[in-house]
Ligand binder design. Structure first.
Ligand SMILES: Cc1cc2nc3c(=O)[nH]c(=O)nc-3n(C[C@H](O)[C@H](O)[C@H](O)COP(=O)(O)OP(=O)(O)OC[C@H]3O[C@@H](n4cnc5c(N)ncnc54)[C@H](O)[C@@H]3O)c2cc1C
Length: 307
């Protein structure tokens, strides 16, 4: 289903993010997670995209498998890094053949374990990928005459590569104007950052739905990984204090992290968020606790119109 229909028929949306597993054991964990979360009938699930050939194929395969074997609506992430136009065109054609309805278009994280020369990429920024997907849509190669719905990333606390926050907003506005239908944000732990970002988007003339990215802290190591991977993330003293009190007890750490994320979600819902996107890390337990505690009834699926 095209994202504009998903959002129109059901707001706020709830969605989950998975990454493609690399081992048989991890694949088994993900399979259980997907099955457990399927009953919540999220509006969509998204699948991340890494650098390097083999992990990329895992993303394509997982997206198509979710599409074929579940009732979930999969949205693949697609990145500029390490790709030329021809490769991106082939991926879009493959997703179009599989009737995938939407793509999250991203700049992409630079590969850590591969030699990388960004000058060999056809696209330097996500805006170029958004434009390319729009051109693909106009070619009529997608079974839905509107083509792919297009999502982009937003950074409530700012993206580290653009310290000038006014210029950053100009880039974001240009990316949205290039043809984005919705935005999903980087994770954040202080809702004030999200609300302020949403207001700044409105002031900049950005009016697409902004879906909030939420990641519950489930362990002290997880907290350190977030700090490493989502560079620039601020950890409020209130969260750190609560975690410090129980850092030697993993179960208490998990409860504190889940409770904190639950409070964030309540506050977001009270303030008309367009949607909440859970970074699940391929596990269902924390997301299920939050979902159940929000008191959201299991969702009804709206039948997709014929394309
Ligand atoms: C929801 C979400 C999902 C993600 N999923 C993935 C994933 O699956 N795989 C992955 O590798 N990474 C993923 N990332 C990380 C993301 O790819 C990186 O953080 C990347 O650095 C930024 O992506 P972007 O799409 O915002 O890029 P861009 O829009 O290209 O922005 C990147 C930087 O370039 C600046 N910029 C934009 N336009 C210009 C211009 N014309 N001139 C100069 N500077 C400019 C921006 O201000 C920003 O600082 C995800 C991030 C989010 C928030």
């Amino acid at each position: 289903m095209h994202i504009s229909e998903i959002i129109r028929s059901d707001s706020p949306t709830f969605s989950f993010e998975f990454f493609p597993p690399k081992t048989a054991e991890a694949a088994e964990t993900l399979y259980h997670t997907i099955r457990e979360l399927e009953s919540y009938e999220p509006n969509f699930v998204s699948v991340t995209y890494g650098a390097g050939g083999s992990t990329r194929d895992l993303t394509h395969d997982l997206v198509e498998r979710i599409q074929r074997t579940t009732k979930l609506e999969p949205i693949p992430h697609l990145t500029c890094v390490c790709h030329n136009e021809e490769q991106i065109g082939a991926i879009l054609a493959r997703y179009a053949r599989a009737a995938i309805g939407n793509i999250l278009a991203l700049g992409g994280d630079q590969p850590r374990d591969l030699a990388y020369d960004e000058l060999r990429d056809s696209f330097q920024h996500a805006i170029d990928l958004v434009r390319f997907i729009r051109r693909f849509n106009e070619s009529g190669a997608h079974p839905d005459r509107r083509g792919f719905g297009v999502g982009v990333a937003g950074f409530p606390e700012g993206h580290p590569a653009t310290p000038n926050r006014l210029v950053e907003m100009d880039y974001l506005k240009a990316k949205v104007d290039a043809g984005a239908d919705y935005m999903v944000t980087q994770l954040f732990f202080d809702n004030r950052d999200f609300f302020d970002f949403r207001e700044r988007c409105t002031l900049a003339g950005i009016h697409i739905p902004i879906i909030a990215g939420i990641m519950p802290v489930t362990s002290i190591n997880g907290l350190k990984r977030i700090a490493e991977l989502a560079g620039g993330t601020r950890f409020p003293a209130r969260l750190l204090r609560a975690l410090q009190r129980c850092e030697s007890d993993p179960e208490s750490v998990r409860r504190v992290g889940v409770h904190f994320a639950l409070e964030q979600c309540h506050d977001l819902l009270d303030n008309n968020v367009a949607g909440i996107h859970f970074y699940t890390l391929n596990r269902s337990d924390a997301t299920r606790i939050i979902f159940d505690s929000l008191g959201i009834p299991r969702r009804r699926k709206v039948p997709a119109p014929a394309v």
